[in-house]
Design a binder for this molecule. Sequence first.
Ligand code: ATP
Length: 403
Amino acid sequence: MASLSREQVSALTRLTELADQRGSAVYLVGGPVRDLRLDLPPGDLDVAVEGDAIALAARLAETTGCRLVRHARFGTATVSGDGAHIDLASARSETYQTAGALPTVRPSTIDDDLHRRDFTINSMALALNGTAAGQLLDPSAGRADLDAGLIRVLHETSFQDDATRILRAARYEARFGFRLEEATRDLLVRDLPYLETISPARVHHELARTLLDPEPERALSRLANLGALRTLHPSLHFDSDLATAFQRLREIAPRAVPSAYWALLTWHAARSAAEPVIARLGLTRRQADAARALNALREHPPQSGARPSETASLFSAQPAAAVWALAAVGSGAAREQAHAYMTRYRNVRPLLRGGDLLALGVQPGKPVGDVLARLRAAKLDGEVRTRADEERLVRDGLARNDE
Ligand code: ATP
């Protein structure tokens, strides 16, 4: 049975004592309540405070020596350290003036706070103090939906108020193996056009969270099937080839995964659509560079039968994420060469160093760099193996220069 860690329990106990002193009611809310019920270990702890969350967080940080980060604009704060990470927010109500815009926020009760949330499974709270301590607050029957494996919105216009919930719904479905409750699915499909009201930064934020899940291709395939991806941009596709590429990428390059995923997401965008897709996804500069490089490699793949040194010189100028992505998605020779480069060629160095070359009579400066590059190419292509082979190549080169 998953439960809070010892460190998390002790942080929440301290928090509750401080909240009691201030007369504030505190609740564990949203994700951690859901995860505990699903028997999953909760990560970050979300706490709603009926009162001043920032002041309470500051007090907690002060008494425990943990780190405090305040987000005054949002009335939230984070306290982290000693094996626990707590996000505190003042309980609030939200009203949406226009679709997609951030809501107007007012301090309020836990009940209002639960009613502003995305899905019933995220709308539960556990009272941490007061007479209700230990009680589950579940005004939208989230527990029943959790047990039935259903994603359900709280009201009819939920996706219109905030269409990022469309992206979130697919994430939770895929992550927990749940499904959209029928009426929620109809509302989601009806309200797909509201995705246009969502800024690239918010799209990026939600998809980045999705890409952190162990098998993001599941949520992305679902978003494609629901029509959400093409609503975000007509050139954004996700098919079984890309799903396979995602899986392959995790096998070959576990550490390169998030940045290469982003590049792969743009794989099906035709050349003229690459920039609009990059903009719609709100890619960072590095992510965009990798996406552009992958696009260029798709247009001009390495020649089949190219020598390893030619492959290396093509790929060494590209962002690693783009080459990993090609190794996961490209066809035939391009894929093999990208893989060979990332796993072998890029680590190949000559045995001789700059000092050795000077001792052999190579001129300092650029000539040393040129000879090292020539040696590396020869080694990649199997023309030299031993130190003696390399020395011979250098001497032959010097002799030719003297002729
Ligand atoms: P993940 O790890 O995927 O982010 P999470 O459940 O921790 O999952 P957060 O994005 O951290 O989700 O959000 C925390 C809580 O805030 C959610 O459980 C939900 O109750 C609420 N929430 C987040 N985004 C929205 C939204 N767009 N609309 C309504 N409620 C939201």
